[in-house]
Structure formats: C-alpha cells, structure tokens
Write a protein that binds this ligand. Structure first.
Ligand code: NAD
Length: 399
C-alpha cells in the first residue's frame, strides 16, 4: 500500500543533536481509564521530534519492512504541491492538525485509491467529512493523545493573558524597568468567572486544572456532564453559549470545528460577552471570526485573545491575528509537545497495525466509518464540511 504522510518542516538548523530532557514521565492511563495507544512495536525514541519531515512519525521502518511505500512531504499547498502528486494513488493519508493537508472535496475526488485518512492528533476538520462520507473514506484520529497537553496550554494562556505576562517579559528583554507600564493591564485570575464552550476531554480537563485558582466555573456543551462532576467542580451549566458568555471574564473554546460551530464567535456573539472579557481558543481558528476578534480587541470589548489555532494553517503572513493588540497567539503547538508527539505516533502505528491486520480500530478513534459519522465523530461532530477557504494556506511564505 502507499501511505502519504504530510508533516511540518524540520527545525531551521536541522534535527536536534540533543534534547532538553533525557526521558518523558510515565503515564499509565488517561483520567477516564482509557488506555494509552498500544502499538506492538516502536522504532523511535520517545521525547524526540517525530512530527516533522525527518521524524517521519517513527513509521518508515515499520511500513517498509511490511512491504508498504511511505512518502513523507511538507509540500502540501498550492497547485503542483508534492502531496497532490501522491494523493492520486495513495491508499492512506496521514496529516497533523498543526500543519494540515486539507482534504477538500476536490482532492478527495482525485484520490481514487484512498481508503483512510488518519489524523495524527485530534480534530479532523481539515478533511471534508461530508466528501469522506460520500466517498466511503474512513477518517480516524488519536482520541485523547494530546487533550491534556492542550488543557495545560489553556491554563498557561489564561494566566499569562490575565496577568499580562507577554508585556512584562518584553519589557525585560528590552532592558526596561517601568513597573507601571508592566502592570497597567495585570490582574489576578482568582475570583473570576471562567467558562468553556464544550466540556469534552480538553474542556473538562481545563476546568479541573483551573479549579485550584479559586475561580467560578461554567460550561456549555451539547452533552451535559454527570451531576457528580458538576458537583465536584461546583460547575454552572448553561443552556446556550450566549447565556454563558454574558457572565464570564474568560471564555475558553474547546469544541471541534464543524458546521454548527464555524464562525460561532462573530460580531453578534462577541457583543453579548461581558465587556473586557478574554478568549482562549485552542480548538480551531474558524470557530472565531477573524475580523470580529481583531475589531473587538481594538475597541476594548475584548481585553485579550490567545490561542494556537488559525485558519488556514500556516496562517498567511499578513493574517491580522499576528499583529492585533493584546493577543497571546502561538503557532499551532499546544498538541504537539514532544510528550504528545510520542503518544500520537504510537496511536498512528496502532491504527495502521489494526488496519493491515484487518482488526477493528478502537471505536473512540473513529470519526467517519462506512460512510457515516461514527465513534467520536457521531458524538462530537455534525455532517458537512468546514474546509472552505483552505486554499489560502498557499499564501504563506517561509521566512
Ligand atoms: P472531545 O470529543 O472529547 O470533546 C468535544 C466536545 O465538544 C464534546 O463534549 C462535544 O459534545 C462538544 N461539542 C461538539 N459540538 C458542540 C457544539 N456545537 N456546541 C457545544 N459543544 C459541542 O474532544 P477533545 O479532545 O476535547 O478536543 C476538542 C477539540 O479541540 C478537537 O476537536 C480539536 O478541534 C481541538 N484540539 C486542538 C488541539 C491543539 O493542538 N490546539 C489538540 C487537540 C484537539
């Protein structure tokens, strides 16, 4: 079989000769008892870069020794890109949300042999799920692999934004010491109302991680949490996003991107938020309206916006979120720490082993199966596509 794997660029200076840590902490299970990915083998060292081209997700030896062809590329956007040359006869395509190969309807139409799209990570909105269903292409992701990595990033972003860390750090780097400049936008998180749009694996973990800050916690989700969890976290459930954003100082967005959530935070929704609130979005860029966010930061309706997700990715060099005031954006990194890479590399290998051996892939990993939303796809997504406009990723120019 031919496997096309689209990965992000190697470090500019080449692959690291050594790493900061010599080993990763051992984690036995996910909090709900789900087991970690458990492939039969592993041909890489945990804690090393796997998500870039030379890392190859640690798959080459395994695939080639089983007689398969592996093509790895970072050329994924624009006419004539390498990935488009290989999609025409690939059986499986693997891509990461951090650097997504947008599997649009047009690409799917050309992919005559394609049987499965694997997301090395979580969030399969870069695949036109409707086209995948219509063409009986299965879509799977490595559920839970980096959910807790993202929740850590959310906590970092809430605290750093409310306390205005970036500004203070900049002042030090510039050799300054003006304390008044450094604190004129700096507050404590304690006592604030923090709400999440969606309390799935990431949203719930972010709530749990914020609890020790002595804040008031809120959520909205299409699935209500068990009473015991609401009680444990003293959580307020809201019947709508509008009801929640009205009372929150910080809103964190943790739902997948699908037609129900695309453009959810537009001018109208932002105008219903508490004046001066903060948004942390590590879910998907397209859930927030690009221009509405920039406008609200300029007017002061929002005090800050942080996150790591953009649309499209890579974000065009002139994307307004790179330069708008009071933002704490990173490139899409929260789910691709070295720790997380090791878990999703294992997960991809587990999925491939099952596929080649004709064994069932874990139900939790399924998004689309046999032309239908299935597993986590049925729980967390809706039918349709959210890939429109992804061709704009070709505008990004490497610096
Ligand atoms: P999950 O499936 O455990 O949780 C998703 C939750 O969203 C579910 O509880 C579901 O009910 C809820 N939901 C779906 N549609 C909704 C809607 N219209 N309104 C309200 N709630 C809705 O998934 P997860 O592990 O928590 O991941 C969530 C999302 O976060 C992913 O789909 C992905 O887009 C994003 N993510 C980002 C990164 C990153 O690196 N930044 C990494 C992992 C995941």
């Amino acid at each position: 079989m031919k496997i096309l794997c689209v990965l992000y660029d190697d470090p500019k200076g080449g692959m690291p000769k050594s790493y900061a840590l010599s080993e990763l902490p051992k984690i036995e299970k996910y909090p709900d008892g789900m087991t970690l990915p458990s492939p039969k083998g592993r041909d890489y060292t945990p804690g090393q870069l796997l998500g870039c081209v030379s890392g190859e997700l640690g798959l080459r030896k395994f695939l080639e020794s089983n007689g398969h062809e592996l093509v790895v590329t970072n050329s994924k956007d624009g006419d004539g890109c390498e990935a488009d040359k290989h999609i025409v006869d690939a059986d499986i395509v693997i891509s990461q949300p951090f650097f997504p190969y947008y599997l649009t309807k047009e690409r799917i139409a050309k992919a005559k042999n394609l049987k499965m799209a694997i997301t090395a990570g979580i969030g399969s909105d870069h695949v036109d799920l409707q086209a995948a269903m219509d063409n009986k292409i299965d879509v799977v992701e490595v559920t839970y692999c980096n959910s807790r990595s993202v929740a850590e990033h959310i906590v970092m972003m809430i605290v750093s934004m409310v306390r205005d860390y970036h500004n203070q750090h900049r002042i030090v780097n510039e050799g300054g010491w003006n304390i008044a400049d450094a604190v004129q936008r700096s507050y404590d998180v304690e006592g604030m109302h923090i709400g999440t749009v969606a309390a799935g694996r990431i949203g719930l973990d972010a709530l749990r991680k914020m609890k020790p800050f002595d804040v008031h916690l809120h959520y909205f989700d299409r699935h209500k949490l068990p009473d015991s969890v609401e009680k444990e976290l003293n959580l307020t459930f809201h019947e709508s996003v509008e009801s929640m954003v009205k009372v929150c100082d910080v809103v964190t967005i943790n739902c997948p991107l699908h037609p129900e959530t695309e453009n959810l935070f537009d001018d109208a929704m932002i105008s219903k938020m508490k004046k001066g609130a903060y948004i942390v979005n590590t879910a998907r860029g397209k859930i927030c309206n690009r221009d509405a966010i920039a406008k609200a930061l300029k007017s002061g309706q929002l005090s800050g916006y942080a996150g790591d997700v953009w649309f499209p990715q890579p974000a065009p060099n002139d994307h307004v979120w790179r330069t708008m005031p009071h933002h704490g954006m990173t490139p899409h990194t929260s789910g691709t720490s070295l720790t997380a890479q090791s878990r999703y590399a294992d997960g991809v290998r587990e999925i491939l082993e099952c596929f080649f051996e004709g064994k069932e892939i874990r139900n939790q990993y399924l998004i689309v199966k046999d032309g239908q939303l299935a597993g986590m796809g049925a729980h967390s997504y809706s039918k349709g596509s959210a890939t429109g406009g992804s061709e704009e990723a070709a505008k990004y120019k490497k610096k």
